[in-house]
Design a protein around this ligand. Sequence first.
Ligand code: PHE
Length: 349
Amino acid sequence: MEEELIGIKNAALSFILEAKDLESLEETKLQFLGRSGKLTLAIKEITKVPVEKRKEIGILANEVKNTIEEALKRQEKILSQKKKSALFEKIDVTNPGIKPPLGHLHLVTQAIEEISEIFERIGFERVRYPEVDWDYYAFSALNFPQNHPARDEWETFFVKSYEDPKMGKIVLIPHTSSGQVREMERAKAGQKEISIKMLNIAKCYRRQSDVSHTPMFHQFEGLVIGKDISIVHLKGTLDYFVESYFGKDRKSRIRPYHFQFTEPSFEVDVTCGVCLGKGCKLCKAGWLELGGAGMVHPNVLKAGGIDSKKYTGFAFGWGVERVLMMKQGLEIDDLRILYSNDLRFLKQF
Ligand code: PHE
């Protein structure tokens, strides 16, 4: 019995040392210590040993078991370390990594951020008003009489489902001027003195789609109301924006125009970025049209509950896509490419 136990121990130790991987080590373990493993079976035989020798053999069997178990543990450590370092050998840490594809903000979003920052620097507050709104805010409150032909210029999408006796139909806003009276109502609530410096940027919608128009576009609208606000403030704000956004070499001018909600009204032009005012095939004799502006009409102040004898104000509303194109001096044949999600185009910005 003693010899048998020693034999088992030696055999187990040499198997353990020869094991090349964790799987064959596990096999060896089962072969000796498993339920019907060699040592397990031998230990069962101890009951047959004469009583006088049983204790001695028992102690020896225990020693053999401990030795085998320790050897297994040691070899397991060695083999799992080997496995790890083999894995690392396969990774060449000097290889350049694979860069994940990185996107960026859409160029219209970039322009909106830039425009907001420019106006925030001179104290304008960015606000948001509904892009689906009542006819009242889009037209009636802005001094458009019902059925007035001027309404036709804003090729409006009407939502058919509902018409309110007071507010009229529901529209997809055709311009950000729909925020003017809403802003006056907000500023007035609980306030004794009115002071408005609003920047309203929103999506606008018109029934139009051609190379220079998309049915959805963005406008940014400024509204300033206070005591003694005059055209001088409007022109100063304009010059500041043109200089900040387009650059110091660009100039602005205002021309008389007509809007229902401003009096007097202007069309604002900026010198062409390509010829800088000399005149080229991209512009009209050196000028590019920016958009509308004017002094807030007394009827609009009245609709907003503001006393037009005490307060005056100016407003302007320009297209984001438009200023973007004017800045880049981009000769985009078709404006609709901005919204066609073609990465070959978008990646350039
Ligand atoms: N809402 C006008 C438009 O869409 C622009 C405008 C805004 C004109 C504010 C005057 C004052 O054309």
